[in-house]
Design a protein. Structure first.
Lengths: 589, 372
């Protein structure tokens, strides 16, 4: 490893933006007085949920924004005043890298080489080096728009590396990239860091933080932690526990655990409940958790997220005020969602190939899979957004093709992207969604009032939804999906980019709703979200390659050196095995 | 069902009217066009007339006197040589040149018909044609007067047949009378199209369209929920122009308000059909905007507003039948100026219904197809 230098220094920087809710009023700070340094030879993770100020900080370092307070020095220079000298020494990859989707890979490279003044022999050499490095040689003629998410990011990285920069600023390179491609991309960036570059990798995925050499943890514009991730996880090392051997309902156990004073935070992890204690000496009373006679508590390895939650002062309680208001649907064991030989073809491309599964009442069923594997297509067919080419999608006993409207009345739907009406106020959105699902008059007013109360939205009723804090936006979206008391809830990557506390709160509600007999179907590529599911369907290359509980999937890949595989290990291995199998059968044929 | 559609309509109106920018966008273009369009007239004024007179008789002198007093010509230039003639027309110093042959007065006095040459600038054909009309009128008036004068001498002989032009429904050929009723049609067109096609595209971009599709709303309800607000908005815009035409520009309204609004409703329906059709094939607001304008331009040109449909080749005339603006522009003008009856209005309304049926079913088909 080469010698490490600090190449970017932030000294008490702050950045204010006009308040979108009140443009004429006082500006809202996006960053509060942050001091930090970025060194060469390591990957520094800029970690935090959406809206924490990550992009703002990167743009300050790249000289694209002027700080309101404090100073930024990049490679010893002022990034705005000396922009010309710095331009070739910073490689900056914005969140949606400016690839021209209609140009080919080679044309994109040419364009960025021209822009960065990489010409002649140097250009030839860098192209050859970068194409080999990113393994894009075979795809130089392909249009950038037709690349997969991972390949797009690799091309973006190649473009940012033109001109041999000394600093690499990557704004959420892992977004839209499945775990397999994410590992490849990470490996590439790691090699760059080891060769002496200073690399800043920003991310909302807390599991990525653990891989970084250094971490800057941002939340709501505040720097919560600065240092190697291990020093954060070490603080909570003795306090991370698994409640194992649970008999009966683990959601109930989690709920009771969260209500104990000794427990700071908790999540479901497969068949176990993972808890974070306030004090490593004070264990909760196992009898009060009601986990059954064989249950026990054991210490487990800490995660970065535990440290984050610890700083934030713990997660929310286990009670869902929302679920309390819902009417109990009898758990009759009926099959409420059923896919029968679902196939969807787009031209000669088969997005979903003969997928069959059943979900019974009161279950959380997760669709997990890499991008482009067909999980969204399957999900969309199950909620009526796409008509299958063949096969049947049954929801609440209705065939979506024949009696779509009646079936859809039973559904609640929450999209991946926050998609409420930004042109309407919060109140108008609530009125609208309740009205569309057939509520009116006194009943509608009562429902809107109830949601306002349950989710504490009263102060925001006249604001535009986009101006709400992230956590409230999430609540509003859930409120709009659940107001008509659906018996089935569809969630499309519901908590991507959300801070862990908000995510806990969300899942507390979902767990509560499920206990009331609502069936939930969720797509996700978040491994910790997958852990909440009762059963998971793993989708790869359009096929359902495995179905089972999260622990079933982990056991499928256990053995050998891997005695305790994570969900991500299971995911990657199962997808790879399936791809190899396909290649073999293709060869044989 | 009624409540759900009402919810959709309220949402749409709130979206359009909630912020001041949206409100301005709906009313400012209307006011601007209302202020500008009536001054874009088709009258020909302030032009130069060229005279090349080889005749020294009294008649040509008399005629030249009359031409130069015409409203269309502000200035008269005298041309002496062929070379000068060429130069005058080439450099657009005169809109048209009259050439009197040397025997003009003599031939006429001898009771025969002399010839008078008119040189027109083909590059300015429209204006030239209109000016030519003025010249012809003046010549006709003059020859009639001469005939009458002669008739007085030879008393008892039958009066000559004369052509008396009277512009019915717009006796003074006031162009605002013609333009404002057309404006009622044109401006409402823009409103209705933009509101329908852009609003669906915006919902697609924001992801709220999926929210509508997963709700129990049927495609029919969603379409109605887009159609009704668009009709409300554009009919209000139409009302603004209607009121301004009658009270500000003082265009006489001789027909029935009921007929005007009734037919306007069906016209809006046909536009909403086009708007839904455009939005069904577009996935972004940009595409929808371009789509709207690639419909608007030909619709304006082939409406009879700026060029008479009778002058178009037969195949193009047939094509204009599918242009809803063509039908409504006639209704609007005729209800305003002619007080046409229900039957005549119905004759223009039924093509609108056919167009609506075609575009709506195409839009519905494509919506379904895209889901599948």
């Amino acid at each position: 490893m080469s010698e490490q230098h600090v190449v970017i220094t932030l000294t008490e920087i702050g950045k204010d933006f006009p308040d979108p809710a009140n443009p004429k009023g006082a500006p809202r700070p996006a960053l509060h007085s942050i001091s930090a340094g970025i060194r060469t030879g390591v990957i520094t993770g800029l970690v935090g949920p959406d809206g924490a100020g990550k992009s703002t900080m990167i743009r300050l370092m790249a000289g694209l924004l002027k700080p309101t307070r404090g100073t930024v020095r990049t490679l010893g220079m002022d990034p705005i005043g000396e922009a010309e000298a710095l331009r070739h020494r910073i490689g900056y990859m914005p969140q949606k890298f400016g690839l021209y989707e209609d140009l080919s890979v080679q044309e994109n490279l040419n364009l960025y080489a021209d822009l960065r003044g990489v010409l002649g022999e140097e250009r030839r050499v860098s192209f050859a080096r970068l194409l080999e490095f990113t393994a894009l040689q075979r795809f130089t003629e392909r249009r950038a728009g037709r690349l997969s998410g991972g390949m797009k990011q690799k091309l973006g990285l190649a473009c940012a590396l033109l001109g041999q920069p000394r600093v690499l600023l990557l704004d959420e390179p892992g977004v839209g990239v499945d775990p397999i491609s994410r590992r490849e991309l990470w490996k590439m960036v790691e090699d760059l860091a080891r060769s002496g570059l200073a690399v800043l990798w920003s991310t909302a995925y807390l599991d990525e933080a653990e891989l970084c050499d250094e971490v800057l943890l941002l939340n709501e514009g505040q720097l919560l932690f600065d240092g190697p991730p291990k020093s954060l996880t070490d603080k909570v090392k003795a306090r991370c526990m698994h409640v194992f051997g649970i008999e009966g309902n683990r959601r109930q156990v989690l709920k009771r655990a969260l209500d104990q004073d000794e427990v700071m935070d908790g999540v479901i992890q497969g068949r176990n409940v993972r808890i974070l204690l306030r004090d490593s000496e004070k264990h909760p009373d196992l009898a009060r958790l009601g986990a059954g006679p064989d249950a026990g508590i054991r210490n487990v390895a800490p995660h970065f997220e535990d440290g984050f939650i610890d700083i934030l002062g713990g997660g929310p309680g286990g009670e869902s005020v929302l679920a309390e208001r819902l009417t109990q649907i009898p758990l009759d064991g009926a099959v409420v969602i059923e896919a029968q030989h679902l196939t969807k073809q787009f031209g000669d491309f088969t997005a979903t190939d003969d997928v069959t599964f059943k979900v019974t009442r009161g279950e959380i069923f997760g669709l997990l899979g890499p991008n482009g594997a067909g999980k969204s297509t399957t999900f969309k067919m199950m909620c009526g957004l796409l008509t299958p080419t063949s096969g049947t999608a049954m929801v609440a006993g209705y065939d979506l093709k024949r009696s779509g409207s009646a079936a859809r009345q039973q559904l609640g739907y929450m999209a991946q992207k926050f998609s409420l009406y930004s042109t309407l106020s919060v109140r108008q959105n609530l009125d609208f969604f309740s009205g569309v699902y057939g509520l009116y008059g006194a009943k509608q007013r009562a429902a809107v009032e109830e949601m306002t109360e349950v989710f504490n939205l009263a102060q925001f009723l006249d604001a535009a939804p986009d101006t709400l804090p992230l956590g409230y936006r999430q609540r509003l979206a859930l409120a709009c999906a659940i107001m008509h008391e659906p018996s089935i809830l569809f969630l499309d990557e519901p908590t991507s980019g959300v801070d862990p506390v908000t995510r806990r709160e969300f899942w507390t509600h979902i767990n509560g709703i499920v206990e009331k007999g609502v069936t939930v179907m969720v797509t996700t590529h978040f491994m910790d979200e997958a852990e909440y599911c009762d059963r998971i369907g793993l989708v790869s290359a359009g096929e359902l390659i495995a179905t089972g509980t999260p622990d079933d999937l982990k056991e499928m890949v256990a053995g050998g050196t891997r005695d305790d595989p994570t969900m991500e290990d299971a995911f990657i291995l199962l997808v790879q095995q399936h791809a190899e199998e396909r290649a073999r059968t293709a060869k044989a044929a | 069902m009624f409540h759900r559609i009402r919810t959709l309509i309220i949402k749409e109106l709130q979206t359009l009217l909630r912020d001041p920018e949206g409100r301005r966008f709906l009313i400012l273009p209307v006011l601007m066009q209302l202020c500008l369009f009536p001054f874009v007239t088709m009258e020909v004024r302030h032009n130069t007339l060229g005279i090349m007179n080889h005749d020294d008789g009294p008649i040509s002198a008399e005629l030249i006197q009359r031409f130069s007093q015409a409203r269309a010509f502000e200035k008269v230039v005298w041309i002496k040589s062929e070379h000068e003639l060429k130069e005058t027309v080439e450099q657009q110093k005169a809109l048209l040149v009259l050439r009197f042959p040397s025997d003009f007065s003599r031939t006429l006095e001898a009771g025969k018909s002399p010839s008078l040459q008119v040189v027109l600038d083909g590059r300015r054909s429209t204006t030239g044609q209109v000016a030519m009309g003025y010249i012809a009128d003046i010549l006709q008036d003059y020859s009639m007067e001469r005939a009458q004068a002669r008739g007085a001498v030879t008393a008892g002989s039958p009066p000559l047949t004369s052509l008396v032009v009277r512009h019915w429904f717009n006796p003074n050929l006031d162009f605002t009378w013609y333009i404002l009723p057309s404006l009622v049609a044109i401006i409402t067109t823009i409103g209705a199209l933009i509101v329908t096609s852009l609003s669906i595209a915006r919902e697609r971009e924001q992801g709220t369209f999926d929210q509508l599709l997963v709700s129990p709303l049927t495609p029919g309800m969603i379409m109605l929920g887009k159609a009704i607000p668009a009709i409300i908005i554009s009919m209000s815009q139409g009302t603004v122009i209607f009121l301004a035409a009658v009270f500000v520009y003082q265009v006489p309204f001789s027909g029935s308000v009921f007929l005007l609004y009734g037919s306007m409703f069906f016209y809006m329906l046909s536009l909403v059909g086009f708007g839904l059709f455009i939005s069904s094939i577009c996935s972004s607001q940009q595409q929808a905007f371009l789509g709207t304008f690639s419909f608007m331009m030909p619709a304006m040109l082939l409406s009879g507003y700026s060029a008479p449909i009778d002058n178009m080749p037969q195949w193009l005339q047939t094509l204009t039948w599918f242009n809803p603006l063509r039908h409504f522009i006639v209704i609007s003008k005729d209800v305003f100026l002619k007080n046409i009856d229900v039957y005549t209005v119905a004759m223009h309304v039924w093509p609108l219904l056919v167009i609506t049926a075609i575009t709506m079913s195409m839009a519905a088909f494509i919506f379904r197809y895209r889901l599948g």
